[in-house]
Every structure is written in structure tokens, then in C-alpha cells.
Design a protein around this ligand. Structure first.
Ligand code: SF4
Length: 684
């Protein structure tokens, strides 16, 4: 069956969203219309189950507000005045305008994209080839995971970890910095299985999340103090000798130095820093030292602070200390994406750059960078942006500068989108993009080790085109001649893994499992320079950093600024996925309103009652929302649930009005959860 067939049929696909679970989908199609999307029961990691959000994927695909024709801006930037134009008219104008900029300096053109789709083809496949051939500026894609990724690389040698299914056999699971019920429902199902078999579940998170409610224990530490907690656990492992000396001797590097560092962190010191009882740290360390196999499911929330890289490094050292890696149900999982044999060179074709070495701009500082003039240090001012798979005006930190940058009348902005997002509102052209039901793609995962293929289930809706089509067409119109710029999507799907994954298996069953060992580091063999788990990293020293993990205090902890005494974190709302799905009414209705969770003591001190309208502010900006007085927030910390579209939020604002463009210790990532604020009633 193909997407043009009129008979009822089913098509196998992959969930495109930024979620570790990478579900295999089945789309039921009748008369050329996708009537339902469900989980593929044959894919063990999906097990026939999708989250609430993606169960509504058909609703999103046929959403009444979907952009179905190319739109050209006719009013002032941000006025919302667009007129429909033909693809040909749009493309010839875009090609001509980009061509003039490229003639002056191709580095004045910047791509901006992230994980709006995680697909290797509609993501950085043809797009990367196009920008390489053009010699445009490169984008450092840091906005979510780069601090943790860098930390794992420096410690374990890459993004490697446990296989998610083996958590079912763990005796202790630390769910660290993750609301798995909201953001990794399939891992949560495995953790539930472990719980039924007697495992103890501990949630470590400043917020008492829905996951914390269901664990045996919740450790509500202060934001940005995870490294201190990990070092105190090490302290206890050392003083009580809950160590696997043989594993440490044979498979780690830097033990003596780490031991000395950890001994500086008795539980009493960490308790003071983390704001938790000393007994809780002692009990956690005891559990971790004694229960085998012990597993850690780490997620990205805790690395969104100044010391995020160090925190991940400290936690990533723990499994080697107790020899947890010996067991398939022991160790750690943050991301296993380095396991995938992605043929990135063949996909992105960096050779198309020739001898050119364009600058790289950090996506997390896009606000500031759009406002920078040309200079020898910076290079040319950014004159054109092509945005795909991302909604930076809603999701990038410090919105005031992001909006100001995107609102520049002299900035030429093209946005490939499904909807009129906050970013599309500020574009010169908005071009209708296909959804996952309408195009080919192939996916790796950061939460399991299966490749999942996505076939188009329906024909493109309206005049939507694939991202790849856009870049193929643009390349042709701009005179970029390399034949690889015209490769089809099916060719790109086959290129993504080359011979390393059997494409016929993908075609036949929709997914293919990688052959990976059950316990990847049971006998060491870490892919670091030393071949060991590197407690000490010479590579970090060479970069001017501490070679050992340490606790770095937040830039903006609670109670350190006289005017902004509260610390704010901005975890994802359960019914949205980053900023995706905010415009799906049924999900938005479930979410209700943009919420700020605040502890009753902090609310009382400000005279605030549940559901009061409030203003959250600091010297970067202010946003409006409703307060939820709740012990889900710890005293001194507020939880600004994200990420609402600004125009659907209160008074055209969202949580990123107050976040900063400062960067983490490793990976140049944003520090969304390192943000001081004050809160007052909206009427004041
Ligand atoms: S968002 Fe995650 S849980 Fe939901 S369908 Fe996609 S991969 Fe599965």
C-alpha cells in the first residue's frame, strides 16, 4: 500500500518527537485520510502504547489552523499580515534574496533547527548538504542536551548506557532529573515492572513531579546541586567501603584523585548545599552501595544549570565505583545515541564545504547574536535565517532579545512550519511543511537501541512540502550543482545507516534492532582515550577545566539576589513536548493555563492564593501566568511549567522571558533552570 491508495490500510512509521522513547507508529488510513495513529504492538519498546500527545497526531495533522500554502509577509514584521503565494513565486524570491546575500558573504546566512523532528532525513540530511554547499554559517545545536552529552563523552567515551529493558531487573532505580511519567512513559512502564518485582524507586528532582509521587522516595534537592549529592554518595561509598575495588582498579582512571575530592564531601556538607536532610543522603548512599544491580536513569533537566556538565560527570562516575556495569540491570542511561552507526558524513556531506571553514553560532544565544553587528570577532551580521524543525521565539532563552532579533526589518527569515508559531509570526516567508504522516524518514533513538523507519501514510496535506524538497529546490535555483543535492528521501533513508543496518528489515517490520551487548561495560572497554571510565579527564584539563567532577554553584541560586529571591526551574508541562502540541486544543485544555507552582510558604509570604494571576520577573523580563500553590514546589524554588507559545500564554509572554543566555560549564548549553526571579500578584 502507498499513501495514494484509497483502500483502508495501515502504514508503519516512527514518532518524530524529541523524546527518548522513539515509538514505532501504525497509522490507519481510510480513503487517503489518516484516521488513527497508534503504537506498533510488534515493536517491543513501544509495545502498542503511545503517549497522550502523539495519540492525537491525526488531530494535529488535520488541524484547522495548519499552514497549507506558502505565505509571504505583506505587513510590518510581527503584524501577522501575510498573503498566500505560489511555491514558485516564493521560491524564486527566496533564492534571489539569499543569492544576493550569499554573493556578499554566505556566512551571513544561518540555519536554525533542532528536534521538531528527530528524523535524520527531514532534520540534518538535505538541509546540512545545502548549507555546506552554500558555505553558510554553521549552527551549534546546544539547546537541550549538549552539556550532558559532553560530560558522558568525557567520562564514558560517548553517549552510551544501559539498555532500557534491563531496568526491569534492577533492584534500585534512581530516577534523576526526570519526570518519566511525562517525558518517557515507556521507561516508566519498565520501572513499574521493576517495582512489581521488588525494586526500590527513588526520584531525585527539585520538583515533586508525578513520577516522584509514585516512587518510594523523593529527594527534593535544590536546583543545580546534583554534583554535591553525587560526591556525598561517593563519600559514603568510600567510608563504608561499598566499593568494587577490582572494577575500579581494572576499568577506571583517576581513582586516587576522585577519592580525595569525594572525601571533601561528607553528607553534612552536601545536605547544607542541597537543602535536604543528612539522613536522606546517608540512606541513599547505603541503598546505592548495597543494592545490586543498581541503575540510574538520568535525564536532561538536571544539566540545565551552570555546573550541568560537572553534575552529569559526577553521577556518571557512580556506577563504576560499585561495579554496577558488571550487570545488565546496573549502570546508567542518559542517552545511548552513540550506539547508532549513523553515517553522518554521508548524510551531511561536510566535504561540500571544500576549503571553507565558516563560523559556528550557538543556537542558545540566538537572541544576542541576531542583534550583533558585523565585526572582525563575530564576522558578518546575520542577514538571513532559515528556520526548520524549531520555534526559537518560544523556546530560546531570554525572549526579549530573541523577539527583538527576529523583529529586525532587515533580517530575511524563512520558516518551514506546520503552524503559525511565534517564530512564523516574525517571518518573511512561511512555507507549509509536511508532518511525519506525509514523508519518509528514519530515526535513531536516545532511549533505546532500535532504528525506526517512517513511511509516508498520506499524501501531503494542502501544498505542504518536505523539508528536503525545499532544500533540493532551493539548491537548484541557487545554482548549487552537486548531484547529492538532488538525492531523493528514500536514498537519504538508505544513506543514514548505510550497510550497518539492514534496510529490508526496516521496510519489512518498520524497525531494526542493533546488535549491542547486554552489559556494555561489564569488562570495561570504555571508548575513552584510556579505555577506562575516566574519573579524571586530561581532555578537560587541556580545555582549562577541572579534570575531576566537582560541584559548581548556580549562577543564580535562591536567596542570593536582594530583589529576586526565588530560584525558578521550567520543566515541561505534561501535555506538551517542548513547544509542540501547545496549539492542539484538547491538550491545551488538559493543561489549562500557564502555571507557576509555588510552595505554600512562599505564596503566603506574598499574599498569593491558588490560581491568582501573577507576574514572574527579573532584570531580563517578566511573564504572566497563574500560580498553583502546591508542595510540588520546594520552598524558595518555583516551577514555571513550559513551554507555552507566547501568543497562547498570558498577555503574549512565556517562561523564557526571564531565562538567561548564560551557558553551562561544558557543551555551551543554556541554563534554563538556573534563573532567579521574584513573583508578585498580576494586579499590582
Ligand atoms: S512522544 Fe515519546 S512516548 Fe510519545 S509517542 Fe513519541 S516517542 Fe512515544
Amino acid at each position: 500500500m502507498t499513501q495514494t491508495s484509497t483502500e483502508a490500510h495501515e502504514i508503519r512509521g516512527a514518532c518524530p518527537h524529541d523524546c527518548p522513547d522513539t515509538c514505532a507508529l501504525i497509522t490507519h488510513v481510510e480513503g487517503g485520510v489518516a484516521v488513527a495513529v497508534r503504537g506498533n504492538p510488534d515493536h517491543p519498546r513501544t509495545d502498542g502504547v503511545l503517549c497522550t500527545k502523539v495519540s492525537r497526531y491525526a488531530e494535529r495533522t488535520y488541524h484547522a489552523e495548519r499552514v497549507l500554502t506558502p505565505l509571504k509577509r505583506v505587513g510590518a514584521k510581527g503584524s501577522g499580515e501575510f498573503t498566500p503565494v505560489s511555491w514558485d513565486e516564493a521560491m524564486s524570491d527566496i533564492a534571489a534574496r539569499l543569492g544576493r546575500i550569499a554573493e556578499r558573504d554566505p556566512e551571513a546566512i544561518l540555519p536554525y533547527s533542532y528536534a521538531g523532528t528527530m528524523g535524520l532525513v527531514q532534520g540534518e540530511g538535505m538541509a546540512a548538504r545545502f548549507f555546506n554547499a552554500l558555505g553558510a554559517s554553521q549552527l551549534d545545536r546546544t539547546i537541550c542536551a549538549s552539556a550532558g552529552a559532553e560530560a558522558l563523552t568525557q567520562t564514558l567515551g560517548g553517549k552510551f548506557g544501559m539498555r532500557v529493558q534491563h531496568f526491569a531487573e534492577s533492584k534500585l532505580i534512581l530516577i534523576w532529573g526526570s519526570n518519566a511519567i511525562g517525558s518517557s512513559i515507556h521507561f516508566w512502564r519498565v520501572a513499574q515492572e521493576a517495582k512489581r518485582r521488588g525494586a526500590r524507586l527513588v526520584c531525585i528532582d527539585p520538583r515533586r513531579s508525578e513520577t516522584a509521587d509514585k516512587c518510594h522516595e523523593h529527594i527534593a534537592l535544590r536546583p543545580g546541586t546534583d554534583a554535591a549529592l553525587a560526591l556525598a554518595i561517593m563519600h559514603e561509598l568510600i567510608v563504608h567501603d561499598w566499593l568494587d575495588h577490582d572494577y575500579i582498579a581494572r576499568h577506571t582512571l583517576g581513582w586516587d584523585a576522585l577519592r580525595e575530592r569525594a572525601l571533601q564531601w561528607p553528607p553534612a556538607r552536601a545536605a547544607e548545599v542541597c537543602g535536604i536532610p543528612v539522613e536522606q543522603i546517608e540512606r541513599l548512599a547505603c541503598d546505592y552501595g548495597i543494592a545490586q544491580p543498581a541503575a540510574i536513569r538520568l535525564n536532561y533537566g538536571m544539566q540545565r544549570v551552570r555546573g550541568g556538565g560537572n553534575a552529569v560527570r559526577a553521577i556518571a562516575c557512580l556506577p563504576a565505583l560499585i561495579g554496577a556495569w558488571r550487570h545488565r540491570a546496573g549502570g546508567l542511561l542518559l542517552s545511548a545515541s552513540s550506539t547508532f552507526p549513523v553515517q553522518r558524513h554521508a548524510l551531511a556531506r561536510p566535504d561540500l564545504l571544500g576549503n571553507r571553514r565558516p563560523r559556528t553560532l550557538n543556537m542558545s544565544t540566538i537572541g544576542g547574536d541576531l542583534l550583533r553587528p558585523s565585526s572582525p570577532d563575530f564576522g558578518p551580521r546575520v542577514d538571513a535565517l532559515i528556520v526548520y524543525n524549531s520555534n526559537p521565539v518560544a523556546v530560546a532563552p531570554q525572549s526579549s532579545s530573541v523577539v527583538q532579533g527576529f523583529a529586525r526589518e532587515d533580517l530575511f527569515t524563512v520558516v518551514l512550519e506546520h503552524f503559525m508559531t511565534d517564530t512564523a509570526d516574525l517571518a518573511d516567508y512561511v512555507l507549509p511543511a509536511t508532518t511525519q504522516l506525509e514523508h519518509w524518514d528514519v530515526h535513531m533513538s536516545y532511549g533505546h537501541t532500535d532504528v525506526v523507519l517512517n513511511r509516508p501514510a498520506i499524501a501531503p496535506v494542502g501544498q505542504a512540502r518536505t523539508n528536503t524538497d525545499f532544500f533540493r529546490d532551493l539548491a537548484q535555483r541557487m545554482g548549487l550543482k552537486d548531484p547529492c543535492l538532488q538525492d531523493s528521501d528514500e536514498v537519504l533513508c538508505r544513506t543514514a545507516f548505510g550497510d550497518a543496518v539492514d534496510f529490508s528489515t526496516l521496510l519489512d517490520q518498520g524497525f531494526a534492532s542493533l546488535s549491542v551487548p547486554d552489559a556494555p561495560f561489564a569488562e570495561g572497554g570504555f571508548p575513552t582515550p584510556s579505555g577506562r571510565c575516566e574519573f579524571f579527564s586530561q581532555r578537560l584539563v587541556d580545555q582549562g577545566q577541572d579534570g575531576l567532577p566537582d560541584h559548581l554553584p548556580n549562577f543564580e541560586p535562591a536567596h542570593t539576589h536582594p530583589d529576586y529571591p526565588l530560584a525558578m526551574i521550567s520543566p515541561p508541562s505534561r501535555h506538551f513536548l517542548n513547544s509542540t502540541f501547545v496549539n492542539v486544543k484538547s491538550l491545551r485544555d488538559m493543561e489549562g493555563a500557564p502555571w507557576l507552582e509555588m510552595h505554600p510558604s512562599d505564596a503566603a509570604a506574598r499574599g498569593l492564593a491558588d490560581e491568582d494571576g501573577v507576574v514572574v520577573f527579573n532584570d531580563r523580563g517578566r511573564y504572566e501566568c497563574q500560580v498553583k500553590v502546591s508542595t510540588r514546589a520546594r520552598p524558595g524554588v518555583v516551577n514555571g511549567m513550559g513551554i507555552w507559545w507566547r501568543k497562547l500564554g498570558a498577555n503574549g509572554t512565556n517562561v523564557n522571558e526571564v531565562t538567561s543566555q548564560r551557558l553551562t560549564d561544558m557543551g555551551r548549553a543554556p541554563v534554563f533552570y538556573d534563573c532567579w526571579v521574584q513573583v508578585s500578584a498580576a494586579t499590582r
